[in-house]
Design a protein around this ligand. Structure first.
Ligand code: ZN
Length: 289
């Protein structure tokens, strides 16, 4: 299990050129050969000999040792002086929030952005949306604790949707026009429906959520509104750029870490993450040291 992490290279395969034993590395959640047709388009998510395989089709990172196929293209050197723990947030959630939420949603200066879901990925979208100076970022969630965190991370408006009135509240905040960019960071039918109701004419719905059920698309209402709907699995092609923003201090991903456990206490870590609202958990670090 697991597709996030940082580590130290213990052994190097004969095909690896860019890494040597002892190197400190960031592990990308996406494995990519760098050579196939999709990799040549930076669509690493759909690498013909990789993609999301770590902790999914092969053994993952929640272990003492992990084998990384195509290491040259799937690992990144950790820059000097950067908080290694913080970089775990760059394995998946920050590139996901940025590529599938912010880039696919085409956030622009002055935009009103609405993010549905203030979990780790929604918060990663909130942090990286600010690269583009949107005028307003409306955060929507059921949990006041997560909304408080969103406020600290830069949200300008908070909407608690537990009363079922999120649509009215967002419309009241946007002169009844809706948001230029709406990001779905939950992955269930009600939140996807909400996105369709609060997107502005000409706006974007960027679906980030991992859906397990089909949803209704209200094309009868949306066809006339010139909207764009995007979906996707992260490619982590933005990781080198995000590493620079962490190194410079522009992006501070360590804010997302709420709990730390040793490898021996991994079951406690699962309990905390499984009761995220109760334990006010965002991201949990498990370390081998
Ligand atoms: Zn490939």
């Amino acid at each position: 299990m697991g597709h996030e992490g940082v580590g130290i290279v213990e052994e190097v395969g004969s095909a690896v050129n860019n890494f040597k034993v002892g190197d400190r590395v960031l592990i990308s959640c996406i494995t990519s050969c760098g050579k196939c047709e999709n990799c040549k388009k930076s669509l690493y998510a759909h690498c013909e000999d990789g993609g999301w395989i770590l902790g999914h089709l092969i053994d993952g990172t929640q272990a003492e040792y992990v084998r990384i196929p195509h290491a040259d293209n799937s690992l990144y050197h950790i820059p000097e002086g950067v908080d290694e723990e913080a970089l775990v947030m760059l394995s998946d959630i920050l590139p996901t929030g940025f590529e599938i939420g912010v880039l696919a949603g085409q956030v622009k200066p002055g935009d009103t952005v609405a993010i549905v879901g203030a979990g780790p990925v929604g918060l990663a979208s909130l942090l990286t949306a600010q690269f583009y100076s949107p005028a307003e970022i409306i955060m929507i969630d059921l949990d006041d604790n997560r909304l408080d965190i969103a406020k600290k991370f830069g949200a300008t408006q908070l909407v608690n949707s537990s009363d079922g009135k999120a649509v009215e509240k967002v419309m009241a905040l946007t002169d009844n026009k809706g948001a230029d960019v709406v990001m779905e960071a939950v992955g269930i039918p009600p939140t996807f429906l909400l996105c369709q109701e609060i997107v502005k004419a000409g706006g974007h719905i960027a679906n980030i959520g991992v859906h397990g059920k089909s949803v209704e698309l209200h094309i009868d209402k949306l066809w006339i509104r010139n909207i764009t709907l995007t979906t996707g699995l992260v490619s982590t092609s933005s990781t080198p750029m995000l590493l620079k923003t962490v190194k410079s201090g522009k992006l501070k991903p360590e804010q997302l870490i709420t709990h730390r456990f040793s490898f021996d206490d991994i079951l406690k870590a699962y309990d905390v993450f499984g009761n995220a609202a109760r334990d006010r958990a965002l991201k949990v670090i498990i370390s081998n040291e």
